[in-house]
Design a protein around this ligand. Structure first.
Ligand code: ASP
Ligand code: MG
Length: 591
């Protein structure tokens, strides 16, 4: 019999009536012929209240006791949900994380799931029970209760669906699906009927707060179709699954993180190891860095800029200022009034001119772009915070995201994944381990650099219009604020287009009084593809460290949920590939 996992979030079990409504959904699914596992969160704002209560006693409570406390929220919900089903005349049995056999590591308050023992659940299902599972919690090898981090019930649900080989995991919530962008910021936002795992992952970290990101990583790792839908209606929601890379729409969604801060380390001596030092120390303090841009070095020194969440700025600055002194950088500056706006789409990898369209739309509104980073399926720009919502709305309109895409697109599992789910599960030490699908080398690209260009709205749009007019395909783009309000931009193009790209930029540089474009006719681009590249925050610093150790300089970098790209000098590609494969040998799946 097929298994269905349904998850009800806090708002969907906020009171007795809602619990009964959720119970009816579970019963209905069972009547339709499914074996049903229902995962529930704590009621309403229970978890927030418990945290508040703890803080009244100790502002920095012991993490183990915090987990002991927080796990009670879900324990209340499962019991009530089981009672509700019972009251409606059906069989149900509730289980805590420990009873479910959810083993985690011992990182209290943000534990990762290692394994799930499904025997007891299966037995209950076979006996006709609806199984009610406590979300958000697990247990260590030494029987201590852990929790999975805020919003972790999504992860419990998808993990159970993976372990039980469920047909689908339904996430019932207070919105009716995943939107093209946040409808509270952009009223034209539209519900998507489908989205791919990678797009959802990118959108979620770009600021779309629908689901716990680790749950999407889980879903992708184990190919679990996830259906996000409303608890308060029966309308279909959004299906998250595999989709063809050749999606016809270049962009499927847009998102913003309104509270970012930019940090620039100026004049870093351009030697391998310096970037590694900065990022590994931030990583060691658990500070996640986002957009990372390193300006190509001039006069033996480079500027390294990156963003962090604004709330982490003070902690990040302390680490960075100390490191900057040690490595002999010239100084550190920052800007805390910035926001990041991103567009995401599998289809953009195969279509030229997508970046140009975004930059042009922003230019037309006079919105200045402070930084740019791109990956294969995402373009992110940093803008001033007070223009961010307007910027989001502008790009939403530019890609016509308010309109239904022309044709319905089908699920397309990548060939090689076929039935590999079991093999992947077998190889993992823990179900949430970092998985690297491949590390590859692209030696076909060249890199063009424009320096000292005035930092004004419309600049990026003009550069890429010139380039697009010559039908040159641009791959990676990075732009950052250099010195004295002058920006610096680098982008990669096919080697065969290198001269044409330089020629396209020359008149423009001349006109604005900037230095002529420079570049390298041959660079090597290394890509690490996988799942968990951001939630395991040391991947970027391990990459830097490994390359630095072999004296390989990183010239450009871009990070995303599913990919980390680094560009090095052309003759270092093979060597870089070898050392990176060695570094990640443990995690690398050779599918
Ligand atoms: N109750 C937990 C929280 O509020 C877990 C969840 O709701 O997913 O974060
Ligand atoms: Mg919650």
């Amino acid at each position: 019999m097929a298994i269905l996992v349904q998850k009800f979030g806090g708002t969907s079990v906020a009171d007795a009536e809602k619990i009964l409504a959720a119970a009816r959904k579970a019963i209905r699914a069972q009547k339709q012929g499914y074996q049903v596992v229902t995962v529930v969160s704590a009621m309403g704002h229970t978890t927030d209240h418990l945290i508040e209560l703890a803080k009244q006693i100790d502002p920095d409570p012991p993490a183990r006791e915090m987990d002991m406390l927080l796990s009670t929220g879900e324990q209340v919900s499962v019991a009530l949900m089981a009672m509700a089903i019972h009251r409606l005349g059906h069989r149900a049995i509730s289980f805590t994380g420990a009873q479910l056999g959810i083993r985690t590591d011992s990182t209290h308050t943000k534990a990762r799931i290692r394994s799930i023992q499904t025997d007891r659940i299966r037995q209950a299902l076979d006996e006709g029970y609806i199984v009610i599972a406590a979300g958000f919690q697990g247990v260590t090898d030494t029987a201590d209760i852990t929790t999975l981090g805020r919003g972790g019930s999504d992860t419990t649900a998808v993990a159970l669906a993976a372990a039980l080989r469920a047909e689908t995991c339904e996430i019932y919530t207070d919105v009716d699906g995943v939107y093209t962008t946040d409808p509270r910021l952009v009223p034209e936002a539209r519900r998507m009927s489908r989205i791919s795992y990678d797009e959802m992952l990118e959108l979620a970290t770009a600021g779309a707060g629908v689901m716990h990101n680790r749950s999407i990583e889980f879903a992708k790792r184990f190919s679990v179709p996830v259906h996000v839908r409303s608890s308060f209606s029966d309308m279909p929601g959004t299906l998250i699954s595999w989709m063809p890379e050749s999606r016809s729409v270049p962009v499927c969604g847009a998102a913003a993180i309104l509270k970012e801060a930019r940090i620039t380390v100026r004049g870093v001596p351009d030697q391998p190891g310096n970037a590694a030092a900065i990022f590994s120390r931030l990583g060691a303090r658990n500070i996640a860095t986002d957009m990372i841009v390193q300006n190509v070095a001039e006069g033996g020194r480079a500027d390294i800029s990156f963003t962090v969440f604004q709330e982490e700025l003070p902690a990040a600055l302390r680490v960075v200022e100390e490191t900057a002194r040690e490595i002999g950088a010239e100084g550190v500056n920052y800007d805390e009034n910035v926001a990041k706006v991103s567009v995401v789409g599998l289809g953009m990898a195969k279509q030229p001119g997508v970046a140009q369209r975004m930059f042009q739309a922003l230019a037309d509104k006079g919105i200045n772009i402070l930084m740019i980073t791109t990956s294969e399926i995402k373009i992110s720009v940093l803008v001033e915070r007070d223009r961010a919502v307007e910027a989001l709305r502008t790009v939403h309109a530019a890609f016509e995201l308010d309109k239904e895409p022309p044709q319905a697109e089908e699920e397309a599992r990548p060939e090689e994944l076929g039935n590999d789910r079991d093999r992947i599960i077998g190889r993992l030490h823990g179900m949430e381990d970092l998985v690297i699908e491949s590390i590859c080398l692209d030696e076909t690209q060249a890199c063009v650099t424009l320096s000292n260009i005035p930092d004004r709205p419309g600049l990026a749009a003009r550069v890429f219009r010139q380039v697009a007019e010559r039908e040159i395909v641009v791959d990676m783009i990075v732009q950052s604020v250099g010195r004295d309000g002058k920006a610096m931009m680098s982008f990669t193009v096919p080697q065969s287009s290198y001269e044409a790209a330089l020629a396209a930029c020359r008149p423009f540089c001349q006109e604005i009084g900037a230095a002529p474009p420079t570049g390298r006719p041959k660079v090597a681009k290394l890509s690490i593809l996988g799942t968990g590249l951001k939630s395991h925050i040391d991947v970027a610093s391990r990459t830097f460290k490994t390359l630095a150790h072999s004296q390989i300089n990183v010239e450009m970098i871009s990070t995303s949920e599913v990919r980390l790209n680094v560009v090095t000098t052309g003759d270092k590609g093979r060597q870089a590939l070898t050392v990176l494969r060695q570094e990640f040998a443990e995690e690398l799946l050779d599918l």
